[in-house]
Design a protein around this ligand. Structure first.
Ligand SMILES: [Fe+2]
Length: 277
């Protein structure tokens, strides 16, 4: 396991430790799944991914208060993946919020929007047996709040629910799959070889200019998304953001008091231990 360690101070009586894991991309298929699912599963040595995930869960159980998983636990919807994820997520040490691949049927075969998400969610049998769109749990005086923003959008009900969580008066750690736009993260991602977009939420028109039309339409924020970002960057109870999706590690700050952590792929063994003091 490639462990990265960070500490933030919010004024707790006793420290809380989170293990942030994201983008595990388990790829299983069995005789209930069709040939295309088997072909997708063949892209991976899935055994290693399951083993790495188990190591991360074991580490969290021994050293942390909670494992926060920010999505893409599975790579695509298959009978075998859904069974595996439903079992894995029954473990109470894990706090989960969905990523885009949780709903992915064949990875990139269709335009992914709310209808696509709901088709997969219902096909799975009301998802993976835990909250997938919005999730919140208080641990050691810290409120962990997960929101599914995996299609680069927030919805007004997300903001309404987040405000209800803020009313609890506790420090909040936000967890979601897609990172929010931040200039240094944008610049870094665009500088990578072959990059033609950054997969960030909340890019303005100027920053969408280098994108293809497909990527610009896919990642352009709407009004509820901008309202949410405005709230997140002005609510002092929100102390940090944990994200994934990009499969590399990056740390920067949205405001002087709001760090955003992007953690690399769990399938590469990356995990981030965040100590909250
Ligand atoms: Fe993703």
């Amino acid at each position: 396991m490639e462990l990265i360690k960070n500490t933030i101070t919010v004024g707790l009586e006793r420290p809380v430790k989170l293990l942030h894991v994201t983008d595990t991309h388990i790829g299983l298929a069995d005789d209930r799944d069709d040939e295309r699912k088997h072909a997708l599963a063949g892209r991976f040595s899935s055994h290693d991914r399951e083993k790495l995930f188990q190591e991360q869960v074991d580490y969290a159980r021994q050293h942390c208060d909670l494992l926060v998983h920010t999505g893409d636990l599975i790579d695509f919807v298959s009978h075998a993946n859904v069974d595996w994820a439903r079992r894995a997520l029954q473990n109470d040490i894990i706090f989960f919020i969905a990523g885009n691949h949780e709903y992915s049927q064949y990875v990139g075969e269709a335009w992914e929007d709310n209808a696509y998400r709901m088709n997969s969610y219902m096909q799975m049998g009301y998802g993976l047996g835990v909250p997938m769109f919005f999730n919140a749990r208080v641990v050691g005086g810290v409120n962990i709040v997960g929101i599914d923003n995996s299609y680069y959008l927030f919805e007004d009900w997300h903001l309404w629910r987040l405000k209800r969580e803020a009313e609890k008066g506790l420090p909040i750690i936000l967890a979601f799959h897609d990172p929010l736009f931040e200039q240094s993260l944008y610049d870094y991602h665009m500088s990578l070889p072959g990059s033609d977009c950054t997969y960030l939420v909340g890019c303005d028109e100027e920053h969408l200019l280098p994108y293809s039309e497909f990527r610009a339409v896919q990642q352009r924020p709407d009004a509820p998304t901008l309202r949410m970002i405005d709230y997140i960057t002005h609510e002092p109870q929100i102390k940090a953001i944990l994200t994934g999706h990009l499969h590399f590690n990056f740390e920067s700050s949205l405001t002087p008091s709001l760090p955003q952590y992007v953690t690399g792929g769990g399938y590469d063994g990356y995990a981030r231990e965040l100590t909250i003091l």
